[in-house]
Ligand binder design. Structure first.
Ligand SMILES: *Cc1c(COP(=O)(O)O)cnc(C)c1O
Length: 359
């Protein structure tokens, strides 16, 4: 199967800049963003802050950097933050908070990434010489390992109210907050409001080639700029990539609902197929998780068989497969992907014994 006729559902990070986005990139006005100002980066930061309802925002190369800098700034070495056990910050960022900032994570297991406010009660360490200091709460919306789950906003507000009452700071990993806003019909600023800092990605569902932003108060973002330089994230004529992010922000937010519809179609196909089990029912947004019956084989084998038929997916555990919809996959390709899932799941009956043997 030639690579460009593949339907790539591994992640919403695989999108490529459209011709129109590339034209904006080519024409971008630039400056030296480290010495003083890059006008395109500045425009992107202003628009991001406006959408998120914060005083300021800062552009960075990745969401890992925006998260890790936020956590670092909210804490001091030897401090602890509370987070959900399956969150990105804990699982997928090499524990940079420990490696780079001397911090500890206290993980609390949620259900598909969602914590109940009562689960946090009693989790703040007493103030004595034996213990780390609890300083921060981190939430993730939508939740990646939770299958693109939208955090129920009432729970978010309750957790953040509790945190504020106890002197804790609140950070939101909103890599896919745009999806949460599209799915709920709530403005992003409303979803961001309970937090002291919010990280958002442009290179996921919005389809920009590079970058994330961290949003918060003016003072916080001034400190974030210092930390960005420390982490090696100062970028000079970054307007070249910021132009793609700006285009994405201006044009690709409303269409996210299309990706969510596509995810529902995939879920329906999975639901109707043997040997595969949808995780947590109808997806909230653009991520679909399903488990492969071990009698069929492993998730990796299922993914390899799909790939032979032109559809790429990601095995995220020995039995779990992840599909992510995005703007480079249209309705027709989704229909083809649905067919592929059905046929792979069904064809398994004849070969499953062999698969288990060689698995
Ligand atoms: C993708 C993602 C990030 C950031 O990832 P980078 O690859 O570092 O940009 C952060 N949080 C979540 C939930 C993500 O899905």
């Amino acid at each position: 199967m030639p690579i460009d006729s593949m339907i790539d559902l591994r992640s919403d990070t695989v999108t490529k800049p459209s011709a129109e986005m590339r034209a904006k990139i080519a024409a971008a006005e630039v400056g030296d963003a480290v010495i003083d100002v890059d006008p395109t980066v500045h425009k992107l930061e202003e628009l991001t802050a406006e959408l998120l309802g914060t005083e300021a925002a800062i552009y960075m190369p990745s969401g890992s950097m925006t998260n890790q800098i936020a956590i670092r700034l909210h804490c001091r070495p030897g401090d602890e933050f509370l987070c959900e056990a399956d969150c990105h910050v804990y699982n997928y960022e090499q524990a940079a908070f420990a490696q780079l900032s001397g911090l500890v994570a206290h993980c609390i297991q949620g259900v598909h990434g969602v914590l109940e406010p009562q689960q946090l009660i009693g989790k703040i360490r007493p103030d004595n010489d034996h213990m780390v200091r609890t300083q921060l709460v981190c939430l993730e919306n939508t939740h990646n390992r939770g299958g693109g789950k939208v955090q129920p906003q009432e729970k978010v507000k309750e957790i953040c109210r509790w945190a504020a009452e106890h002197g804790l700071r609140k950070h939101l990993d909103g890599a896919r907050l745009w999806n949460a806003a599209a799915a709920t019909g709530r403005p992003v600023r409303e979803l961001a409001a309970p937090f002291d800092s919010v990280s958002v990605c442009f290179s996921k569902g919005l389809g920009a080639p590079v970058g994330s932003a961290l949003a918060g108060s003016r003072d916080f973002i001034r400190d974030a700029k210092r930390a960005r330089k420390l982490f090696g994230g100062g970028m000079r004529q970054a307007g070249i990539i910021a132009a793609g992010a700006l285009y994405a922000l201006e044009h690709n937010r409303d269409r996210l609902l299309e990706d969510h519809e596509h995810a529902k179609l995939l879920a329906t196909a999975i639901d109707a197929s043997p040997h595969v089990q949808l995780v947590d029912g109808v997806p909230d947004t653009n991520i679909v998780l399903f488990d492969v019956d071990p009698a069929w084989g492993t998730a990796a084998q299922f993914v390899a068989t799909m790939e032979e038929q032109g559809v790429r997916a990601m095995a995220v555990s020995p039995e779990r497969v992840r599909l992510v919809t995005h703007l480079d996959v249209d309705r027709q390709q989704i229909d083809r992907a649905c067919e592929t899932i059905r046929s792979v799941a069904e064809a398994a009956r004849s070969t499953s014994a062999l698969r288990v043997e060689i698995g």
